[in-house]
Write a protein that binds this ligand. Sequence first.
Ligand SMILES: Nc1ncnc2c1ncn2[C@@H]1O[C@H](COP(=O)(O)OP(=O)(O)OP(=O)(O)O)[C@@H](O)[C@H]1O
Ligand SMILES: [Mg+2]
Length: 230
Amino acid sequence: MTQGIFITGTGTEIGKTVIAGGLAASLKQAGIDVGVMKPISTGDTADARFLKHAAQVDDDLSLINPIYLRHPLAPSVAARIENREIDLSRVENAFVELQQRHDFLIVEGVGGIAVPIRDDFWVVHLIKQLQLPILIVATAGLGTLNHTLLTVTFAQQFNIQIAGIVLNGLRPERAGLAEATNPVEIEKLTGVPVIGVVPYQKQLDTPSPDVTFLAEWTNRHIAWRKLEGP
Ligand SMILES: Nc1ncnc2c1ncn2[C@@H]1O[C@H](COP(=O)(O)OP(=O)(O)OP(=O)(O)O)[C@@H](O)[C@H]1O
Ligand SMILES: [Mg+2]
């Protein structure tokens, strides 16, 4: 059985945290002992706090988020500016500890899959190290075919298992032909299931949303039971 899932995206500000938190809330509501992790954050620790809130776990923030860099940049760049070396053993140790504490782990990446953590160690290498399948969060509208295909083909080059794709931030009142055709096109072109199309929901655009609402919203829009593992 899969021990967890790594939430990556086609870029930054795509909705990885909202989707990761939503899955955590749903799995928890379904009775699964779920843990969360944001191995590396830059700029602030809001993602780790959102995930902790969504999963309602007692784990310390320093375990959920072992590496924090002040500058809101790619980790390798922030580390250089701050004259710091990113100690990846801290990520590995925290990951092992959280895996021991929980039955299923939801891990959020940083930016997209080709973001450098060190010059020679990118998010894709972290995914390989943690040996988790990925869920790709992408946008719902025009442009997402390009970004999604780039992410899928790149992950496949590294033999990473892709569990599914979620299209996030749909605004039905503004949606057109691209939004209508994207889910089917993406499945046809990649062979990866699109397990959800998630609308923009103002009530969730906040640092600590109502967790019951978050879980129900996720259940309604993401077929997470299609993911292998939970
Ligand atoms: N479906 C949604 N409904 C409402 N707000 C959303 C939704 N998806 C994302 N947002 C909002 O959009 C912003 C970006 O989303 P989020 O923080 O989840 O992106 P991210 O991919 O995790 O970004 P980062 O790369 O910084 O980690 C946030 O303010 C979030 O609340
Ligand atoms: Mg995030």
